[in-house]
Design a binder for this molecule. Sequence first.
Ligand code: HEM
Length: 550
Amino acid sequence: MASKNFFLVGDDVSTAQSILVSPTYGPDELKRAVARHFHIVQPSGVSFYVSYSSINTVSDILDATEPIGIRIDNQAVREPDGPEGLPIVGSFYEIFPDHLGNHTRLFRQYGGLIKTTNMGKTNYLTDDPGIAAVALNESIYFSKKINEDHPLWGVKDNIATFVGDTETETWRLSHKFLPTSMGPKAVRHYAPLIQETVRRSFAVFDAFAESGRSWNAYQYMVKLASETIGKVILGQNFGHLANADAPFHPIPLSILTMFQLNKRVASRGAWYQNLPFGDPKKLRETHKLCYALIEGIVSDIETSDTAMPKMPMAEAALKASNLVEYLIKGTDEKGETFPRSMIVPNIVMLTSAGFTTTASLLSWLIYSVTEHPGNQERLLQELVNNGISETTEWSVDLVSKLSFLDKFVKETQRLHNPAFQPARTAKTDVIVPGGYRLKADSVVVCALHSLHTNPNHWHDPSQFDPDRWDTAEVKGRHRAMYLPFATGPRGCIGFNFALLEAKIIFSELIYRYEFIRDGSENVQYDPEFQLVRPLNLYVSVRRRANLSTK
Ligand code: HEM
C-alpha cells in the first residue's frame, strides 16, 4: 500500500487527503476506495488528474508526485446554484403558482441540481436521472428521512408508510405486510371488482350522454377511483355512482381536503403550520375526522362474524375481502399479525394514495384523448382487434395484450404524472453525480415533470407521442429517466394495482363513449394540490353507436 494525496478539483489543493492505494487495485477498486473516502455517491463517475492532465491507470496514480485531482463526471465539485431569492419568502415568487413550469425554467438556467429556498425551507431539486437514481435508492448516503425541509414534513407520521422515515421499525413492519397485498399475484384478483365498478358508473355517464351535460373530469374520476379503492381497501361502497349528483362520502372528501390544505400550508413555511386558526387548524381537524371514520370501519371489520381466520399473509392477500381484513388476519413467518395500533394510520395512507393518484391519471388520460386527435380511434381499434366487447371479462393477461394502450398511458404519465416530488434526504455530506456537493440533511426532490421532459434526455419532450415508446432511444433510456412511481425501496407499492385499474377503467370508458373537450381555454393543473390534477378539464361524452370491426 502507498499513501497518495487526493483532492477534489474545485477545492483548494491544500485540502488534499491521503488515501492508501494498493498496487493490486484495479481501476474500479481504486475509484471505489476514493469515492468512499470523499463520500462520492457514484464511484463510476470518478476521474483523476495531475497538473490538468487526465491519468487513468493505477500505476500512473502510484507514480504521481503531486496531489491528484478528482473530478466527478468530468466536473469540478461545486455547490448547486439557484435563484438568489428575497428575504423571508426566498424563491417563492420564482416558483409559485406554476411550480412545474418554473422548476423546468430554473433547471435550464442553473443546471441539473438547483437550490431553492422557500419560506425558510431549503430544497435541492433535480431533473437529472443520474442524481434521481442515487437519491431514490436507499443507501449509506440517502434515505427517506422526513425532516423540516422535506415536502412531507407537515403530514409526517412515523407509524404510517409513505409519510414516515425508512429507518424505523414501523416502516420495516409495514414494508413487510403491505407490498404482498399489492403485488402482481394479489392484484390479479382485483380485475373483476374494477370491471364491476366501472360498469356501475355507466349509469352516471349514460345520463351525461343523454343530457349532453359536460362534467369536471377530475371530480368524476375521483368518484370512480375512490369507489374502487373503497371496496378494495375498506370493503365499503361509497355510493358515488348511484346517480350523477350523488354526494361525496366523508372519507374521500376528508382526504381530498387534506391534500389541498397540506399543499397550501406546506408551501407557506414552518411558521404557518402551527397557527391555531385558518387552514392549519382546518387541516388538523380534517385529519382527526378522517382517522375517526377509518377507525370505525376497522373496528366493524374486526368484530364482524363473517371475518376469515388468521392465515399466512400470501394466502390472506388472495382470500381477504379487503385490505383491512388482510391486515387483521394475515400473519408473518412467526405467525404474528400486523400491529393493531398501526392499522388505521396505514389504511388512511393506502386509501389516500390509492384513489387521488389514479383519479388524476384517469383525468389526464381523458385530457390526452381529447387534446390529441386520432388517439381515441387508435385505442378503440386496439380494443376491437383484441375482441373486447361489452361483456368482456377483464384480466391482467388481457390488459397486457393492449400495447398501444400501454404506450398511451406511459406517454400521459410522462407529461402529466400525478406525483411530482418524491424526496430523499442526504445522510452525510455527499457528492452526487455531476459533482454537486450537498451537506448532510439536504433534501433532494426529484422533480418528476422536469425529469420526464428534460431536453437533454428526451427528443422533442413537449410533444405527445405514444409511439416514442417504440423507439430505440426510449427503450435504451437511463433507468431513472422515467419514474412515475419513483423507484427504490420507497417507491410506489400500488403501481401494479394503479395501472391495472386505470387501464381497465379507461378501456371500458373508451369502448362505450367518445370523449369531447368542452371549452377551448388551456387546461391548467391545480398548483395548490399535493398531486398534479387538472383543474378545469370539462368534457362531455357521446355513446358510441357503430363500433369499428377488426
Ligand atoms: C397513478 C397512480 C400512482 C402514482 C403515480 C403513484 C406514485 C407514487 C410515488 C411517486 C411514490 C413515492 C412517494 C415518495 O417517494 O415520497 C408512491 C408511494 C406509494 N404509493 Fe403510489 N402511486 C400511484 C398509485 C398508488 C396506489 C393505487 C396505491 C395503493 C393502493 C399506492 C400506494 C403507495 C404507497 C403505500 C406508497 C408509499 C410506499 C412507502 O412509503 O414505502 N400508490 N406512489
